[in-house]
Design a protein around this ligand. Structure first.
Ligand SMILES: Nc1ncnc2c1ncn2[C@@H]1O[C@H](COP(=O)(O)OP(=O)(O)OP(=O)(O)O)[C@@H](O)[C@H]1O
Length: 575
């Protein structure tokens, strides 16, 4: 199956450990069969009171085989587990490297809880591919062939019993295990993903869920789902155990058959009685070695399913071809051109942006205004190449954005999105400034610029900034942007939670800092836009007006009417 090709390639890189584990496993298997065979022979031989040297040779052989078996089993375990963990670490890295450039796309398509359990669970499942799928057949075939060859020296019929038993162990028992497994194929995995989704959603929205009294039904639902998942996991484990029990039953069945057949052959004078115990012990040990065959197809199916889903996760997003990308155009303030840009969210029936065309000259300051839902934030995401236009073109300094590496765009932009993320740590950690790049005095000066006057760099920040007000979060996000050195500013309502005075002060600082740079400010508020070089007015995904504040007011169109309404609302609120 082609999805497992990645794994096969990784196995080739671990070939040395794999080869050593196969050699160790083979020696351990053969030594085990030899050890028990020799013990059986020794027991039988003592009955005939053989010369002392025969007993010494046989006892020494048993001891040596015991030592060889233990040492080679140790080697096999050491190398096979080392190979497994190296494979796991390579697999994790390889998958993460593939996932990383796709992150914004994959994260917006998938629910976070599901994505996490999928990736972790599927990668962990694949670690068993080598130990429980690829490795056992090689070992079983080698040990078994050697054993059949050895027994055929004494009796072809006994060798045939071995072959028959092995066919049952390799095909019939796994088929019985699989017949139950097929019905439940992937069910546990799907249930686990659904469960993780519900838990993550509950954790994210815990406060609202609690306040609205929705906690109890949700908890009951989760408990039910958890019990169902537990029951199915138990059933899965029981199915595997049933396979192993069947295999043990087969081992005894074969040993009994060998015993009966040997007894018959001894009576017929076709076999010397002294070999009876040896053959029975040999069959018992050889079949013990084949125990992993019972669960092999179940693990194989599980690994294939995991590989398929992992591939689907990385293939479901567009893979950027970095080779054909062009160098980011210079260290100057960017000029940006949008030509007939349209965008539609996946699965949505209407476009969010429709043939948007406007230009942002180098060093210009542009405000994008419009009612909620008119597509302003989506437009910024397109400029950041977090999303790609469905049609139309975006140029940055004359280069098509599709030919630019998004990481270059991010590095050259100072961004404040509507919802910034904050980490558990200190204010200093959350400024995300490269260590050693700024002194504490410089960082504090930036905090002052964004009016976080009483905030210290060592103040703690809780997970997701729970202990910060919305206004503090916005100012901290603004401080982060100010500490960046890009020449493009993309700000999505960065001051919407601030009071009027603080907002003015912060924006003033920002304009001073970005004086020579290109700046785009998405804003709901229309006050203070006089200082902008250009205002782009959007409505239902279209650009309806563009111009300076004065031009738009003179036009007496959409912006003018919005401004009138805002003034009326402000004055009536003041009455
Ligand atoms: N991830 C998404 N998937 C599907 N639809 C989305 C997604 N994000 C936004 N939308 C839809 O796209 C439209 C435009 O959203 P967008 O956030 O760009 O508007 P906006 O003008 O920035 O709004 P606001 O001023 O309220 O922030 C909305 O109708 C919204 O429902």
């Amino acid at each position: 199956m082609k999805e497992l090709a990645i794994f096969t390639q990784l196995m080739i890189r671990e070939r040395k450990d794999i080869a050593l584990s196969i050699v160790g496993g083979f020696i351990a298997g053969i030594a085990g069969v030899g050890l028990f065979g020799a013990s059986g022979y020794l027991i039988s031989k003592t009955v005939f009171a053989p010369p002392l040297y025969t007993l010494i040779v046989l006892t020494s052989l048993v001891k040596i085989l015991g030592l060889v078996r233990a040492a080679s089993r140790y080697g096999e375990r050491l190398y096979s587990h080392r190979a497994t963990f190296s494979l796991l670490s390579r697999l994790r890295t390889a998958f993460f490297v593939k996932l990383l450039p796709l992150a914004p796309g994959v994260l917006s398509n998938k629910r976070s809880g599901e994505l996490l359990t999928r990736i972790v669970g599927d990668v962990e499942s694949l670690q068993f591919y080598f130990l429980r799928v690829a490795y056992p057949p090689v070992m079983v075939i080698m040990v078994f062939l050697a054993t059949v060859l050895f027994t055929s020296i004494y009796s072809v019929w006994i060798a045939l019993v071995f072959v028959l038993g092995m066919l049952i162990a390799t095909f019939v028992i796994p088929a019985i295990v699989m017949s139950g497994q097929r019905k439940f194929h992937g069910l546990v995995r799907q249930q686990r993903a659904a469960f993780a989704n519900n838990v993550t959603e509950m954790l994210y929205g815990f406060r609202d869920i609690k306040v609205y009294g929705y906690l109890k039904p949700l908890k009951e639902e989760l408990e039910l789902a958890s019990a169902e998942l537990g029951a199915n996991q138990r059933e899965d484990a029981v199915r595997l155990l049933r396979g192993q029990s069947l295999h043990i039953f087969l081992t005894f069945l074969v040993s009994w058959s060998v015993l009966v057949l040997s007894a018959y052959l001894i009576v017929q004078d076709s076999l010397a009685g002294v070999f009876l115990a040896m053959l029975v012990m040999t069959s018992n040990t050889a079949f013990e070695e084949a125990a992993p065959m019972a669960t092999l197809p179940a693990y194989k199916q599980d690994s294939e399913y995991a590989a398929e889903r992992l591939t689907e996760t990385v293939l479901s997003a567009e893979v950027p071809n970095k080779q054909s990308l062009r160098e980011f155009p210079g260290n100057t303030a960017l000029s940006i051109n949008l030509r007939e840009v349209s965008y539609q969210y996946e699965g949505d029936w209407r476009p969010v942006l429709r043939e948007v065309t406007f230009a942002l000259p180098s060093g210009s300051k542009t405000a994008i205004v419009g009612p909620s839902g008119s597509g302003k934030s989506t437009l910024l995401e397109l400029l950041l190449k977090l999303r790609n236009p469905v049609s139309g073109d975006i140029y940055m300094n004359g280069v098509l954005i599709s030919q630019l590496d998004e990481e270059d765009i991010w590095r050259n932009s100072n961004v404040v999105l509507q919802h910034s993320h904050f980490y558990r740590g200190t204010i200093r950690d959350n400024l995300l400034a490269e260590e050693g790049r700024y002194t504490d005095a410089e960082l504090t000066a930036v905090l002052v610029k964004v009016q976080l006057i009483n905030t210290s760099l060592d103040d703690s920040v809780f997970e997701r900034g729970e202990n910060l007000s919305d206004g503090e979060k916005q100012r901290l996000a603004m401080a982060r942007a100010i500490l960046q050195t890009g020449r493009l500013w993309l700000l999505d309502e960065p001051t919407s939670s601030l009071d009027y005075v603080t907002e003015r002060l912060v924006l003033l600082q920002l304009m001073n800092r970005a004086v020579d740079d290109t700046l785009v400010l998405v804003s709901h508020r229309l006050a203070g836009l006089e200082i902008m070089d250009q205002i782009v007015v959007m409505e239902q995904g279209r650009v309806v007006e563009t111009g300076t504040f004065t031009e738009l007011m003179e036009l007496q169109g959409y912006f003018y009417r919005m401004k009138q309404i805002e003034s009326q609302v402000i004055s009536s609120a003041g009455d």
